[in-house]
Design a protein around this ligand. Structure first.
Ligand code: HPA
Length: 237
């Protein structure tokens, strides 16, 4: 069933087997402009830009996910199910739940906890933790080591809510569920990978810290997450 409602690609083979997914369409464009060669734009529907190119001569795609589980739930499902995509690595930003994490630290998600109903509604999965692909995580860990980039392997929190009336709730989530940082997409991505027999992973860069209240500007976020991008780009094949 291609094209899909949200991706305008009419042929197989245009989207690479491995897709990197930042939340922000302009970050997808930045990655294509900065790191890829022989770039072909494959999607503009709703300004959710997607590009295929080569990195060090190897093929890879980058496409935005939008914000939140409903959005990444749509795009990752269509890529996995209808476009033959095998691996999706989310490359995003997160808010740290502990003062031990600094701005720009890179986290590789071991697994993700969420109070979201996404997985239950989508496929009857009624637990609240989902693991990343161990195969992809093994590769990403080795790449980070080879590049000399420190990564924190941790459990993260996927939240449906950015603005909570009770801001302090993050402390309980950190204490009760072991999550060190919050983002808004990984739980849906990992679930879709599991139901479709595919692989998903999530690399995050700390953009703000809920304990210390340090934060980066949106401009800094768009341009300076290069460590995380360089790790993920090495998955090109
Ligand atoms: N909350 C949710 N998602 C985020 C945050 C946050 O504080 N920072 C970056 N992504």
């Amino acid at each position: 069933m291609i094209p899909t409602p949200h991706i305008e690609v009419k042929e197989q083979g245009i989207i690479a087997k491995t897709v990197l997914m930042p939340g922000d369409p302009l970050r997808a464009k930045f990655i294509a402009d900065t790191f890829l060669e022989d770039v072909q734009e494959f999607n503009k529907v709703r300004n959710v830009f997607g590009y295929t190119g080569t990195y060090k001569g190897r093929k890879i795609s980058v496409m935005a996910s939008g914000m939140g589980m409903p959005s990444i739930g749509i795009y990752s499902y269509e890529l996995f199910k209808f476009y033959g995509v095998e691996n999706i690595v989310r490359i995003g930003s997160c808010g740290a739940y502990t003062a031990d994490l600094n701005l720009y630290d890179v986290i590789l998600s071991n697994d993700v906890w969420s109070e979201s109903t996404f997985a239950k509604v989508q496929g009857g999965y009624d637990k609240d933790v989902i693991a990343a692909s161990s195969e992809l995580n093994g590769k990403l860990e080795k790449i980070a080591g080879d590049l000399g980039i420190e990564i924190h392997k941790e459990r993260i929190h996927s939240s449906d809510v950015f603005y909570r009336e009770n801001f302090e709730e993050y402390k309980d989530i950190n204490k009760n569920h072991g999550c060190v940082a919050v983002e808004m997409e990984a739980f849906a991505l990992f679930h879709n990978a599991n139901v479709l027999g595919k692989n998903a992973a999530c690399l995050l860069t700390v953009s703000d810290n809920l304990v210390t209240h340090e934060l980066t500007t949106s401009e800094e976020r768009q341009n300076s997450f290069t460590n995380m991008m360089k790790i993920a780009l090495e998955l090109a094949e």
